[in-house]
Design a protein around this ligand. Structure first.
Ligand SMILES: Cc1cc2nc3c(=O)[nH]c(=O)nc-3n(C[C@H](O)[C@H](O)[C@H](O)COP(=O)(O)O)c2cc1C
Length: 370
C-alpha cells in the first residue's frame, strides 16, 4: 500500500491548512486539576505526541459544570480556564500541528457523585449500564443555556489561540442523548420525531458556527458522531444518514465518525458488513470531509482509510503506545512501531500522566499490555 498520501497537506473548508492527514484522536486524560485546569503532565504528554501530526484534537472539555463527566477532565466552562487552555494550544503549535479543542457535555453519563447533584439529559431515562444514575430532563431554559455554553466555549477556544473546535456529538454524551430515541423521550419541540430529536445537536452546531465567525482567521468547526447505538430503541444508520445530511448543509469542516473499529460492519445489522463510515462517505458524496478512526494501527491501515475517501485519519490508542508513530510511518520503520503498553513504568517511559496511565491499566483489554 502506498502510504505517502498520509503525508500530503490538506486544506479544510474554513481555509485551515494542515501539514498532513494524521490527527491525534480526542482522548480524555483524567489528569487535570480538580477545577478543570490542565496539569503540566498533560502538557508534557501533548509535547511528546504532537510531532509529525497535522492536527491534535484535545481531550473533551466540559462546557458547563453539569457537563462534567470524568474526574480530571479538562474544562472550558468559564473565562478563568482560558490561560490553561492556551498552554495546551501553545504546546501543540510549538510542535508544529494545528490545535482543535473538543467541546463536550456529558449529560446523563456524568456521575451524580462527581456533580454533587442529579445529572441532566433530554429525558429521565438512565443509561443501560451498571450503576447508571437516573437523570432529570432539562428544562427549555436549560437547553437554551446549554446551547449558549457551547458558543461561549467556542469564543474561549478562539481567545486561547485554537485553530478550531470539535463538537462532541458522539459516544453517548448529551448531543447524542438528544438524538437518540433511547434517551430522548420528550414530547415537546426538542423530542419526538426524528426531526425534533435532531433539533438540539443542530442548534448547538449553528451556535458554534456563529461564534466561530468572530475568529477573524481560518477557524475550523468539526462534528463528531457515533453512527449507531445497540440499545432498543437506538440510533440506526438510517437516522444517522438524515442527521449527516442536515450537518452537511452547514459550513462545517469535517464529520468525525466515532466507531470502535473502522473496518467493522454495522453494530445493529449483522447482514451489513459495510463499515458505517463508508456508508456515510458515499451518502455525503464529497459535501463534507470525513475523518475516519477506530483500531487503525498500521500505516497501511491508515492509508486504506484515505483510499476509502476519508480526508484524514485519527489515531487514538496507538499514539499512547507509540508516540513516534508518525515519524516511523514516514520513514518506513513500521516493524519498530510499538503495539503494547508497558505494564509498569509506562508513565515515565511514554510520558503519560499517572492518573491516565492507571486508568489505562485498570480496564482489561482496552490496550494490549507488554
Ligand atoms: C484513553 C481514551 C480516552 C478517550 N477520550 C475521548 C474523548 O475525550 N473524546 C472522544 O470523542 N473520544 C474519546 N476516546 C475515543 C477515541 O477518540 C477513539 O475514537 C477510540 O479510541 C478509537 O480509536 P483508536 O482505536 O485509534 O484508539 C477516547 C479513547 C481512549 C482510548
Amino acid at each position: 500500500m502506498n502510504t505517502s498520501a498520509l503525508f500530503d497537506a490538506y486544506t479544510w473548508p474554513s481555509g485551515l491548512e494542515t501539514e498532513n492527514r494524521l490527527i491525534m484522536a480526542p482522548m480524555t486524560t483524567w489528569s487535570s486539576h480538580g477545577d478543570g485546569r490542565i496539569h503540566p503532565d498533560e502538557i508534557a504528554y501533548l509535547r511528546r505526541r504532537t510531532p509529525g501530526l497535522g492536527m491534535v484534537i484535545t481531550a473533551a472539555a466540559y462546557v458547563q459544570p453539569l457537563g462534567h463527566a470524568f474526574p480530571g477532565q479538562w474544562s472550558c466552562h468559564d473565562d478563568s480556564m482560558i490561560p490553561s487552555l492556551r498552554a495546551a494550544a501553545d504546546v501543540i503549535h510549538e510542535q508544529g500541528a494545528k490545535a482543535i479543542l473538543q467541546i463536550h457535555h456529558g449529560g446523563r453519563m456524568c456521575p451524580a457523585s462527581l456533580l454533587d447533584t442529579q445529572p441532566v439529559s433530554a429525558s429521565g431515562e438512565a443509561a443501560e449500564r451498571l450503576d447508571a444514575d437516573t437523570p432529570r430532563p432539562m428544562t427549555t431554559g436549560e437547553i437554551e443555556q446549554c446551547i449558549l455554553a457551547f458558543a461561549e466555549a467556542t469564543r474561549r477556544a478562539i481567545e486561547a489561540g485554537y485553530d478550531g473546535v470539535e463538537i462532541h456529538g458522539a459516544n453517548t454524551y448529551l448531543l447524542q442523548q438528544f438524538f437518540s430515541p433511547h434517551s430522548n423521550r420528550r414530547t415537546d419541540a426538542w423530542g419526538g420525531s426524528l426531526k425534533k430529536r435532531m433539533r438540539f445537536p443542530l442548534a448547538v452546531t449553528d451556535a458554534v458556527l456563529a461564534a466561530a465567525k468572530s475568529a477573524g482567521r481560518p477557524f475550523a468547526v468539526g462534528y463528531r458522531i457515533s453512527p449507531e447505538e445497540i440499545e432498543e430503541p437506538g440510533i440506526t444508520m438510517g437516522d444517522t444518514l438524515q442527521l449527516v445530511d442536515a450537518l452537511a448543509a452547514r459550513p462545517l469542516d469535517w464529520l468525525h465518525v466515532s466507531v470502535r473499529s473502522y473496518f467493522a460492519g454495522s453494530m445493529r445489522d449483522d447482514t451489513d458488513p459495510v463499515p458505517p463510515t463508508r456508508h456515510i462517505i458515499e451518502m455525503l458524496d464529497e459535501r463534507l470531509p470525513v475523518i475516519g478512526v477506530g483500531l487503525v494501527y498500521s500505516p497501511d491501515e491508515a492509508a486504506a482509510l484515505l483510499e476509502d475517501g476519508c480526508a484524514a485519519v485519527a489515531l487514538g490508542r496507538i499514539l499512547l503506545m507509540e508516540p513516534d508513530w508518525p515519524a516511523k510511518a514516514r520513514d518506513g520503520n513500521t516493524a519498530d512501531i510499538r503495539h503494547a503498553l508497558p505494564a509498569s513504568g509506562g508513565d515515565t517511559q511514554l510520558t503519560i500522566p499517572m492518573p491516565m496511565y492507571r486508568k489505562l491499566l485498570s480496564r482489561a483489554g482496552w490496550l494490549p499490555l507488554e
